[in-house]
Design a protein around this ligand. Structure first.
Ligand SMILES: [Zn+2]
Length: 170
């Protein structure tokens, strides 16, 4: 957690036993787990890409989760999209999304972070998409591997597009 004003970063210890107790002002060393970080970067970036291809269908985003094992983007389900009503239609739409995702990865679109005039951080996928985000991302979409979209689901008025992704080593 980061406080925008002061720049203070608050880290909560995870894993066995947590942290030993530290006194105020005591020096501590922190280390980033590279594998975990790269996986989160891949999932975050792939999430933006899934959002982009969903928006290209005319859907409004309703929510997003980028955690490993449960990563998904949800959109408001428009009543007007007849394809969402039956399994073949949902498979057909998912194939369209998969193909758009694969094209963007093949194009290796650059991923760049900047700031809006109000100070919020914005992440851009080439000219395809931009979204406010403070997360970690890959440098370009060609860094994504194993991007998978199981057939989308429609539940309680929402389209749920689950996805998986890893970081390509190159
Ligand atoms: Zn992000």
């Amino acid at each position: 957690m980061r406080d925008r004003e002061s720049g203070l970063v608050v880290v909560t210890a995870a894993g066995d036993g947590g942290l030993p107790s530290l006194a105020v002002g005591e020096r501590a060393r922190a280390r980033i787990d590279l594998r975990t970080r790269m996986l989160h970067a891949a999932l975050h970036t792939a999430g933006h890409l899934v959002e982009a291809v969903g928006r290209a269908q005319g859907w409004e985003m309703a929510g997003s989760i980028h955690f490993p094992g449960q990563a998904r983007i949800e959109f408001q389900a428009p009543d007007t999209d007849a394809r969402l009503a039956d399994p073949e239609g949902r498979e057909e739409v998912t194939a369209v999304l998969r193909s758009a995702v694969a094209d963007a990865v093949a194009d290796d679109l650059p991923v760049a972070a900047g700031h809006f005039s109000d100070g919020r951080r914005v992440v851009r996928l080439g000219a395809l998409h931009s979204a406010p985000c403070g997360g970690t991302h890959v440098r370009s979409l060609g860094d994504l591997a194993d991007v998978g979209l199981p057939t989308l689901k429609v539940k309680k008025g929402r389209i749920r597009v689950s996805y998986t992704a890893t970081h390509r080593s190159r």
